[in-house]
Design a protein around this ligand. Structure first.
Ligand code: IFM
Length: 440
């Protein structure tokens, strides 16, 4: 229970491939739209993970992780009833992890939804929380004897806002904000019901979720700047849903923040006190995907002002700023606000990696990135912030949604044509770090 979870994370649609043996997913349909995915890429083979499961399990063992975060594909398990092909695949995965001493940490929903349910409205349907609960129950009954750690939903803002408002993710709608907010609320209710189901069917269950933390960090150590960063982290500066408090506050018992009501007003669906309670089922930790931060200082009357990063400051190939201090302030702020231990369910970077003449992948940027972020987590831990684990995103280079295969996030390089794997330098650096930490 007390051991730090050293992990890597992945998601079903991004790596599995093997399209032929599962039901149609929202992203399959979306990928058929002209111009929806970079260069017309699709995930028919993705990272060939189903085909190469044994090899991947051996790579995870060689990496030495104590935990592996993966997601169940709802379309592979079957929209409403179990598909034996999907069940048998995940049994091989879970049993293979356990045989290698790796703890499975399973996400229920990482954006791949069955088309059969999307046609009925997906998370816009009032029935969607019940669909999700019954899917969660199938997972719990089949796998709850071997998996005790679950994450319900991954980055709901990306699915809801990206998929229903901006049209850049599946299912590719551009709906009015009131509809988007309704789907968001249904997603949170689905989470609440799923937690209840997992608690009922999994002994010693450990449950959390994986929204994004869009952290703010202070431009200076002054208490005013730190306070401004805290407040900015949990504010809604615009009407966009890629903000932390919209999701985290209701999940962790604070209800929707006041700013949600002042900003969205009558566009919000009716929210009853019973729904607020349903959404805030007790969780075991605050799980967050933590990639980067904005930097702020206290301006006039303490209001946060964004301080731009300097010209030439480090950025990933996705153009995300490199902000390791987010891993110090982010967990601190989360613990301060919600009073629970924190777990980093994703962190990583996209880079332009290739196989060098010596046959290896020298991703010095990722090696450095990883170490810097781990050191900041350790700084927070040293100051008493309980941090339960760190999951690097990601294990294998994969299908990066609407960006196709343009960006590589993996510790393992994948040749997307053949599926051949080449562990990168970062794989070995992380392996050595984990080895040293686990032998302490
Ligand atoms: O690849 C995604 C993942 O699916 C969700 N979190 C962010 C990653 C990088 O964009």
């Amino acid at each position: 229970m007390g051991e730090f979870l050293w992990g890597v994370a992945s998601s079903s649609y991004q790596i599995e491939g093997d399209r032929a043996s599962r039901a149609e997913a929202n992203w399959d349909k979306f990928a058929e739209r002209k111009g929806a995915i970079f260069a017309g890429h699709d995930a028919l083979f993705a990272s060939h993970h189903v085909a190469r499961l044994e090899e991947d399990l051996d790579l995870l063992a060689a990496l030495g992780v104590s935990a592996y975060r993966f997601s169940f594909s709802w379309p592979r398990l079957g929209a409403r009833v179990d598909d034996p092909r999907g069940v048998s695949f995940y049994e091989r995965l879970v049993d293979g992890l356990l045989a290698r001493g790796i703890e499975p940490v399973a996400t229920l929903f990482h954006w791949d939804a069955p088309v059969e349910l999307e046609r009925l409205g997906g998370f816009l349907s009032p029935e969607s929380p019940a669909w999700f609960a019954s899917y969660a129950e199938r997972v719990a009954r089949r796998f709850g004897d071997r998996i005790r750690r679950f994450l319900t939903i991954n980055e709901p803002h990306a699915y809801i806002e990206g998929g229903l408002r901006d049209g850049r993710h599946a299912p590719g709608h551009r709906l009015p904000l009131s509809q988007v907010l309704l789907a968001a609320h249904n997603t949170l209710k689905a989470h609440g019901l799923a937690v209840q189901v997992l608690r009922a069917h999994v002994s010693q269950s450990w449950v959390s979720a994986a929204p994004v933390l869009l952290a703010a960090t202070p431009a200076s150590p002054s208490p005013e700047d730190v306070e401004a960063a805290y407040r900015f982290t949990f504010s809604l500066p615009t009407d966009r849903l890629r903000v932390s408090a919209f999701w985290l506050d209701p999940l962790y018992g604070r209800g929707y923040p006041d700013e949600v009501w002042t900003r969205f007003g009558s566009l919000m669906p009716k929210v009853s006190p019973e729904e607020v309670d349903l959404i805030s089922q007790p969780l075991d930790a605050v799980g967050v995907n933590l990639y980067d931060a904005v930097r702020v200082r206290a301006g006039a009357e303490g209001a946060a002002e964004i301080v731009p990063f300097g010209v030439g400051s480090p950025r990933t190939s996705f153009d995300w700023p490199v902000t390791p201090e987010a891993h110090y302030f982010g967990p601190k702020f989360l613990h301060q606000r919600y009073g629970l231990p924190v777990i980093i369910t994703e962190n990583g970077l996209s880079a332009s990696d290739w196989i060098a003449l010596d046959g290896r992948v020298h991703d010095a940027d990722r090696v450095d990135f990883l170490e810097r972020h781990l050191q900041e987590l350790e700084r927070a831990q040293a100051e008493g912030v309980p941090i339960l684990g760190y999951f690097h995103w990601t294990f294998l280079d994969n299908f990066e949604w609407n960006h196709g295969y343009k960006h590589r996030f993996g510790l393992v390089y994948v040749d997307f044509g053949t599926g051949a794997r080449t562990p990168k330098d970062s794989f070995f650096a992380y392996r050595d770090r984990i080895r040293a930490e686990r032998s302490k």
